[in-house]
Design a protein around this ligand. Sequence first.
Ligand SMILES: *Cc1c(COP(=O)(O)O)cnc(C)c1O
Length: 565
Amino acid sequence: MSAVYVARFAVFRRQVANRTGARLLSLDTAKSLLFFYVLLKSTLRIYRHVRARGMVSSFQDTYNLVAKRFILLALRLPHLKQRVDSQMLQARVDIEKKLVPSGPRVTRHLTLPASGQTPEWIEAEMEKMDTEMGEDANWRHGKLSGAVYHGGEDLEKLIVTAFQRYCVSNPLHPDVFPAIRKMEAEVVAMCLRMYNNPNGAGTTTSGGTESIIMAVKTHREWAKAEKGITAPEMIVPISAHAAFDKAADYLGIKVHTIPVHPITRQVDLKHVKRAINSNTILLVGSAVNFPDGNMDDIPALGALAKAHNVGLHVDCCLGSFIVPFLDEAGFGEFPEWNEGATKGRVPLFDFRVEGVTSISCDTHKYGFAPKGSSVVMYRSSELREHQYYLNPEWPGGIYASPTMSGSRPGALIAGAWAVMQHMGHDGYLESCRSIVATARRIGEAITTSIPELYVLGNPPSSVVAFASKSKDVNVLEVGDLMAKKGWHLNGLSKPAAVHIACTRLTIPLVDTFIEDLKDAVREAKLNPAGKGTMVALYGLGNSSPVGPAMVGKICTAFLDAMYKA
Ligand SMILES: *Cc1c(COP(=O)(O)O)cnc(C)c1O
């Protein structure tokens, strides 16, 4: 690069030295000018990247990148390649053994049956499939983090009734299914009022990820139309959901990943500020975040967004129907498990904060709607317009669609609407009260009676993440031991930790959880085996610069196994 630069500069100097009006406009001069323009642009890109990431992190990134290339190259050497390949094959086999049932009892249905089966046969076959992987397949034991948010039989019946009635409906045809159109509009309206923006606008989507992809797309189009931004960038806390990286990947947007404060677990505002430039379209904050359930400082992010005229998306996918009820449920104050973390009253996090332009709220999490239901909301209907896809010239007819899908399941909208009507304000208030009380008991117990562990930050709502402060206890091993006791928890990295998202199913099990956790810590300390899945996977991820690439290969094997019939 620098050799090219010097050569080009020499040509340019000669041109300037012999300058005459005509010569300056020559092809060569134009080439030089173009070259410097490109050089300037890439220098600016690098400068902005380094400014956003910081000097030290940028050096680390570069070092990791070079080391990764080098090791990946080395792994192509025949004997190393053979070893990696055989280990990956082993991992693939292990994953398939865990996911795909096998044995003489298993019938594989790989081609259409020659003639149709009876409903009785189908039900019997489903019963068989539910049990052929063993006890583990039953979620009703409740030892889960998140995953099933309500699971009460009354609500299940209600959802099935709504499904039955609107089984074939599709909001793509509002003239054929007017009730579905009305219910969708009302689900959005109820959420907008819950998040204090009755005059705003929104749509339903298939889930938190789609809500986030839509919000990012909307801000990309908005920034293009209003500010002429063609190389969009967004600024995302490292604690934000992976859906933002996925959106950026799909939509061609550069992401500046910003670290969080190690104690508060809130995004570092100084870093956010430094990363803002003229290509910024969107800042992101979580209320609350997935990994450790802490809440970013939304009012401060709102002030930054407003000052720079950029968007601010608040991800309330997990906060959904909990965070808006905290205050009324008597949990309006942060817990005090960590000195130096957030304290006092939980600040505003919704549209009452100036600068917040969009919010995602998952009806299918603490809203208890059937899976496949979420809402994305905007400050104004003008902003929502940028979400729409319009194609007036399609030969198949004038086409207009609000979200990613074309046809959509009206049954899910009816299910969400029915659940929200059934729960009502009181129902959600009570669910917030009992679920957050459970999370607070767990956090309290870890803080006061498990000295080897500490809670990350002061999480105000339903998620509690714990890490180890003792060098004799590997928290991922604790996670593996909890799995042996039947708990499905989530492993986290940076730092290594384990979390539980409390749901209605956790409430009756809170004492069991605390006792199991104490036991698991004791066992991990006495008998560190270090062989479980969490230890292996997360250990591999942090083992070397190519760790993530190797974990990526295992993830691919996992996704492949999902489609093995
Ligand atoms: C679950 C979650 C999402 C994504 O939601 P999906 O419904 O799984 O697509 C986004 N953000 C947070 C904080 C979440 O917890």
